[in-house]
Design a protein around this ligand. Sequence first.
Ligand code: TYD
Length: 143
Amino acid sequence: MKFVEVIDLNVFGDHRGSLISLEENSAVVPFDVKRVYYIFDTKEDVVRGKHAHKKLEQLVIAVSGECNFYVDNGFEQQMIKIDRPSKAIYIKGLVWREMMDFSDDCVLMVLASEHYDTADYIYDYDEFVREVRGIPLSSLKKG
Ligand code: TYD
């Protein structure tokens, strides 16, 4: 079962070079784009991310260089190499994600469905697993 979508983006190419266009509320970007951010100058031995989102939808593209994108839905894990500007990952909601093995020239661009909101983040892996398995935190508390 796939819980993230790997998308081959349509490339408009001719003798001058290549162009990719992304439009909000389209088949490839099925959300309002409220935020765009990009990650660059990340050292090769660094692991970024290490969190899940509760609701956020994102489209992730290495517009330059490459990196590995690790995803985990609490049951299954997948390592996806993002290594060309025409390869996108669509990711939604409760998925643990880590980005690693950044090339020096990697620019990882992310289109996001919401403004930056720390309340949408889950930073603790155990909490994430409880959340995906539908175990309310309150039932685990003693007393
Ligand atoms: P962080 O969440 O640590 O990045 P990553 O998920 O790649 O490991 O974000 C780094 C810093 O940037 C942190 O101080 C929060 C800030 N930030 C924003 O202000 N807005 C944003 O949209 C994002 C993604 C991060």
